[in-house]
Structure formats: C-alpha cells, structure tokens
Design a protein around this ligand. Structure first.
Ligand code: KIV
Length: 261
C-alpha cells in the first residue's frame, strides 16, 4: 500500500484490511498474508502490557513497538499511534513525536479526535507526514466518555461525529478510523467522504476494517461485540505449554535427538 492506493481503493470500491500488531514475531506472520496495513495501536498498552486503558502508552512505548514491528513487517504499510495528549503539548512536541514515529519505521501516524487537532494535522500533512484520523469511540477519551461506550447513537452526537470526519478530511488526513458507532452512521460517513474509512465496530459499509490482532486470534477472554475470533491461537498455545510441562515432568523431553552428542 502507498498513500495513493488508499484513494484508488476507495474509488474502485475495493476493501482495505488493517490489523494491529505490536512486535516483530507477529509482524513476520502478518507479512506472510495479503493483509494491507498494520496499525501499531496504542492498544498495545492494554493488549500486551495489561493496562486498563490506552492512556499508559507513552511515546517511548510506541517507538519501541513500532521499531519491533517494522523489523518484521516485510514492507507492509505501517501506521503508528500518536500517544495520549502527546500532540497537545505543543506544535514542536507534536512534530517531534511524528518525526520519531516515522523514523521508527511507520509510514503514517494516527491521531484521535478532531476538535483542537485540525491545525496540527494540517501542519504535519504539509510537512510530509501522512495522518490518519480516528473518530467515534476514541479510546483515549475513555474518561470523558465514562467508559468504552458506543458513540453517536443520538442524532446530535451523530451529526457531530460526521462533522468531525468532514473536518478531518478537509485538514488533509488520508483515511479515518471509525470506531464504536452505529452501522448506519458508519455508512453515512463513508458515503460523505472521498477518503477511505476504516471501521472497527462501525458496521459493514466502511471502506476497510481493522481488528485488534489478539481479538482475531482468540486471545481476548471477553471480546467486544464487533470482534470475531478467526482462530483459537490462545488455546492452541496453552495446549502446547501444557504438553511441554508434562514432557519435562515425565522426563520425555529432551530426547537423545534433542541433545548434543
Ligand atoms: O490502538 C488501537 O488498536 C486502535 C484501533 C482500535 C483502531 O486505535
């Protein structure tokens, strides 16, 4: 994927597939597939580090994981998440963070919310940084929203999210993540924009979809309604770990073949 491909896909009504990824080992697996893009999401703080929200993902954490993913991604288009409030520290901090994420191996950054971000987004885009927007249930707003709650159910809220998406498009983002909104609103926004929308819990009419890697591999105990486990990798891992434990305890591992002469 390149930036022009995003518009081409939308124009040609061809779906775009995104998956989150946080390390080199999994990036090497993603690289073996036809998945289009990788998002090094700040969900890493929850999925990998066990935090209750994404707020714990700071810039060093995002750089560490972006570098790791870039080593295994085999040329896939990588988007790195701007951590909570990093871009609100000031223009120069926002530019430094974007610069660091691109130097770590991302080809683009993603930034949550619209109000108050439009100027910095425009300035980053003018400076050569591809920026992805993110509206709806933006997880960095967990405390403002009072939890992980579907957004845009009421008419006024839906209009606000649609207006935010249009404002982001006007400020130069190349694509927008629509998260946790009614499917009808996902379709409305998708129809209203000329850039592709990437949905997660935003219904089937978005121009592409993104899922959290650990949700789709079956690692998440209580996955959100919108997620689907396409495999049961977690239980397969537990089976392998138990087999290893038993082999050690019954002294059937290692064998002579697994030992040096
Ligand atoms: O951090 C993340 O994984 C995300 C996706 C849920 C879109 O922002």
């Amino acid at each position: 994927m390149t930036l022009p491909d995003f518009r081409r896909r939308k124009a040609g009504n061809q779906r775009i597939s995104f998956v989150t990824c946080y390390d080199c080992a999994f990036a090497r697996l993603v690289a073996q597939t036809d998945l289009d893009c990788i998002l090094v999401g700040d969900s890493v703080a929850m999925v990998v580090h066990g935090h209750p929200s994404t707020l714990a993902a700071d810039l060093p954490m995002m750089l560490f994981h972006t570098e790791s993913v870039a080593r295994g991604a085999g040329g896939k288009f990588i988007v790195g998440d701007m951590p909570f409030l990093e871009h609100r520290k000031g223009q120069s901090e926002a530019v430094s963070a974007a610069q660091a994420l691109l130097r770590a191996g991302a080809q683009a950054i993603k930034l949550e919310g619209a109000a108050g971000n439009l100027e910095i987004i425009q300035s980053l885009v003018e400076g050569g940084v591809p920026v992805m927007g993110h509206v709806g249930l933006t997880p960095q707003f967990i405390h403002a929203f009072g939890g992980f709650k579907v957004q845009g159910r009421e008419d006024a809220a839906a209009e606000r999210i649609l207006a935010d998406a249009k404002a982001l498009e006007a400020s130069g983002v190349f694509s927008i993540v629509l998260e946790g909104i009614p499917a009808t609103l996902g379709k409305r926004i998708t129809d209203a924009l000329s850039i592709p929308t990437i949905g997660i819990g935003a219904g089937p009419d978005c121009d592409g979809q993104v899922l959290v890697l650990h949700d789709l591999l079956g690692f998440t105990e209580k996955p959100p309604k919108f997620a689907r486990a396409f495999g049961e990798v977690a239980s397969a891992s537990v089976t392998a770990l138990r087999a290893y434990d038993e082999a050690v305890k019954t002294n059937t591992f290692p064998t002579e073949k697994e030992s040096y002469a």
